[in-house]
Design a protein. Structure first.
Length: 517
């Protein structure tokens, strides 16, 4: 009886939670998602405990217009990162080195100044600029790299989590002759704990790669570890001591073994990643264990990253299966033998003028592909960076993992995995397609109505088709709905060329391939 009662209580609680979420605004849902994942709470907690760095005025040195490095600023997850770097590098060819440095400085200051924890940016927005620093050996830009590490926990989680070794590699590449500057950084206060092991590791990498500096660096690190012992005995947290010990152990810096032993015993370090002091000493003496830094330059890191992304694109296969018999998974349509022919009406909401399109689509089209079709039908060639579909109290987004905690998802699903047929099933059913601005606020709202459902036949000429359309859609540079209505009143908005739109949709049909009929 006890278990049944607990289950009933849980189900009742979940029903109340769903009712609560139905009445939430979009902003409240966003905040609720952050609360449930705990990421924002964790970052806020780290900031409140450790972070009191006084950031300089980045705005005065920030670029107002991102030009040469614009492709990095606007990078998407599916972009070919190596080709992107080559393109920017080629565009930069006409700039002198000092011009490149000025561009990087303005770009990085703009990144620091404009960053907001709520935004959803590709990590390459930062990584691309760092790669250019390495490519041109901008050693006098090491201060920008260190300033990157001086940002708060939200910035670190957004851009640097999982990229720690890449930062180590870059700091080594452009800062290996400036170890005094790196040493000074280690003593700075008011920074989040995650950043100092990155710099510490870069210094050890310099020690390993440049033996002539070994004596100097060993002395430097010895002095720093004694400083750590002193402040920890006065009450500072020992949070990074294990990281320093592991870095030294993997680097086989045996000169500092006695000092590590003192730190562990006097501070009573409890290892999280290692078994204890004995494991650290054993690792330090194991000369066959390599230093655990995958690469010492960003170019190698970039190539491996590209290989991982390419490998991920292939379907899973068993060694016993014949590779030639495998077909790569279609990224545009789901395999669905019961695929239906949908007639959908797309309508721009909140305006005084009628702006709508009637399109024919297969029900097994993924929402990610559908987003491209919607924009094409409205006469636009771009797909916005931040958008989501809404139906059945669920938000479908290209970034579902941003709202995920462990194995549970709270009203969020992926546009790459969900089809139109999954959110619209009956005649008259409605879904929504919303585009947000860079601040996370909904800029354009659309209604999607299922007007008719049927079967494709071999007489059907096209499976993607613009059937009808009325009204002009806002151009890319339109600020918001009031701006759009003002342009209409001034006669600046003209009816689109629907014949041209039909041809573009036919081209999209060819690019995506025919679904199952």
């Amino acid at each position: 009886m006890g278990r049944k009662k607990d289950k009933d209580n849980f189900l009742e609680m979940m029903d109340k939670l769903q009712d609560l979420m139905r009445n939430m605004s979009e902003e409240e849902l966003t905040e609720f998602g952050k609360l449930m994942t705990g990421e924002s709470l964790m970052d806020d907690s780290i900031n409140s405990q450790f972070y009191w760095y006084k950031r300089p005025d980045y705005e005065k040195d920030a670029l107002r217009e991102i030009r040469w490095l614009g492709p990095f600023w606007n990078a998407q997850d599916n972009d070919d990162k190596i080709e992107l770097c080559k393109f920017v590098d080629k565009e930069w060819a006409q700039l002198p080195l000092e011009g490149k440095k000025a561009e990087v400085r303005g770009y990085m200051n703009a990144l620091f100044y404009r960053f907001s924890p709520e935004q959803q940016d590709n990590y390459y927005k930062l990584f691309g600029a760092l790669w250019m620093m390495e490519q041109y050996q901008m050693t006098d830009c090491i201060d920008l790299v260190l300033e990157t590490l001086r940002q708060d926990a939200h910035f670190f989680t957004h851009f640097l989590t999982g990229m720690e070794d890449a930062m180590t590699a870059l700091i080594y590449q452009i800062g290996n002759e400036q170890t005094e500057l790196l040493e000074k950084f280690l003593y700075e206060q008011g920074l989040i704990p995650q950043v100092k092991p990155i710099v510490f590791k870069a210094i050890v990498l310099t020690l390993l790669k440049q033996p002539r500096q070994r004596l100097k660096i060993v002395s430097m690190l010895s002095k720093f570890l004694k400083h750590c012992l002193e402040i920890c005995q006065k009450g500072a947290l020992t949070i990074n001591i294990e990281q320093y010990a592991m870095i030294l152990a993997y680097g086989h810096v045996t000169e500092l073994k006695p000092l590590i032993r003192i730190l562990y015993k006097k501070l009573r370090i409890k290892n999280i990643e290692m078994g204890g002091l004995a494991d650290i000493e054993e690792l330090m003496d194991d000369v066959f264990e390599p230093f655990n830094c995958e690469h010492d330059n960003l170019t190698a890191y970039l190539k491996e990253l590209a290989e991982e992304e390419n490998n991920y694109a292939f379907p899973y296969y068993d060694e016993d299966e014949n590779w030639d018999d495998l077909v790569e998974e279609n990224i545009y349509y789901a395999v669905d033998d019961s695929c239906k022919r949908y007639i959908l009406r797309l309508e721009l909401m909140d305006g005084q003028e009628t702006v709508e399109r009637t399109v024919q689509v297969p029900s097994n089209m993924y929402l990610e592909t559908f987003a491209k079709l919607i924009m094409t039908a409205f006469g636009r060639s771009d797909v916005p960076n931040d958008y989501w579909f809404g139906a059945n109290n669920i938000r479908y987004t290209p970034y579902p993992n941003d709202y995920r905690s462990d194995d549970e998802t709270f009203g969020i699903d992926s546009t790459y995995e969900v089809t139109i047929g999954a959110i619209l099933s009956k005649k008259g059913s409605i879904a929504h397609y919303n585009i947000r601005d860079k601040n996370g606020k909904v800029k354009w709202r659309h209604a999607i109505v299922l007007e008719k459902s049927g079967q494709y036949t071999y007489k059907t000429q096209h499976f993607l088709e613009l059937i009808d359309g009325r009204g002009a859609y806002p151009s890319k540079n339109t600020k918001d709905m009031p701006d759009f209505l003002s342009r209409i009143k001034e006669g600046k908005v003209k009816e689109p060329d629907f014949k041209s739109i039909r041809k573009k949709i036919e081209k999209l049909e060819t690019e995506t391939g025919c679904p199952y009929r």
